[in-house]
Write a protein that binds this ligand. Structure first.
Ligand code: URA
Length: 285
């Protein structure tokens, strides 16, 4: 039994359930035993207290805890929505608010099942600079805003050093921020290709509607997704690229992710060089 419990805990952590969401533990084994013996047939027969969280985010009691052979990422479960349909859905959103609302009700991305909430964007739509990061982490998942955790604090410092502030009301000094996927991947794993492809039309639509002059990508994931390249960020960073969106060419500066800079502070000078390049191009326009 002790082994089962240890395995169950390991399995939960691997699935991304790495934090407590209720003040008291819930015995899911007792719950499923109760279900088996029919106690769950009555609506009031639940063995667990009511959860304040939506059912969508609850751990699935039916999941077998001792099943390490389960796929570690839900990529295989992504329903194949043709790219053209995703594109039509994105184009159907005429404003950023509509896009956020649409995504809030969009159930096809499996990341949504394990995330607490949608994490769409922050900052000023219409800001000359737009940042696209990788994926929400734990803090972003809690607050529903991108880059509010440790990496976000470093990003804010870097932006401030460059004369930008996400809380500014001036498009020239503000910034609009989003991510390559809009829900936290379980356990902070990298988003799968299928998940990225599912979010990409909406990320592109966000860029189209926010109309930035420059997009700066932070790290490999948004850089590769938006540029359709497999080249690594250390090769492509610092080199201007063009992004063709909505009949318009937008300048794109690939740069390093703040979490990488936290691990490798010596690379901050490269990120600073990228920031200076962005600043120079914006002031010359
Ligand atoms: N890292 C990201 O790429 N995006 C966030 O929103 C937070 C951390």
């Amino acid at each position: 039994m002790a082994l089962d419990a240890a395995q169950a805990l390991k399995w939960l952590a691997e699935m991304g359930a790495d934090e407590a969401i209720l003040p008291e533990p819930v015995d899911r084994f007792a719950e499923s035993e109760a279900q088996k013996s029919g106690a769950a047939a009555s609506p009031s027969g639940s063995a667990s207290p009511a959860s304040p969280r939506p059912a969508l985010n609850r751990p699935q009691p039916a999941a077998p805890p001792a099943a390490p052979a389960m796929p570690r990422t839900p990529a295989a479960a992504v329903p194949a929505i043709p790219a053209g349909e995703l594109e039509a859905m994105a184009q159907g959103c005429k404003t950023l608010d509509e896009l956020a609302q649409f995504l809030d009700g969009f159930d096809a991305c499996p990341l949504k099942r394990t995330a607490t909430r949608l994490c769409f964007a922050d900052g000023l739509p219409g800001a000359h600079l737009m940042i696209v990061g990788e994926a929400p982490g734990r803090d972003e998942d809690e607050q529903g805003l991108p880059f509010v955790g440790k990496s976000g604090q470093l990003l804010d410092k870097m932006l401030k050093a460059g004369g930008f502030d996400r809380n500014s009301d001036d498009p020239a000094t503000s910034v609009f921020i989003t991510n390559a996927v809009f829900w936290r991947p379980p356990g902070n794993r990298n988003p799968s290709t299928a998940e990225l492809l599912m979010c990409l039309p909406f990320v592109r639509r966000a860029i189209e509607l926010a109309e930035p002059r420059i997009v700066m990508t932070a790290g490999n994931i948004p850089t590769q997704a938006l540029l359709g390249t497999t080249q690594g960020i250390t090769r492509v960073r610092g080199n201007w690229r063009k992004l063709s969106i909505g009949g318009r060419d937008v300048d794109l500066m690939p740069s390093l992710h703040p979490s990488y800079l936290l691990r490798s502070p010596e690379a901050k000078r490269l990120a600073w060089r990228d920031m200076l390049g962005v600043k120079a191009r914006l002031t010359s326009q």
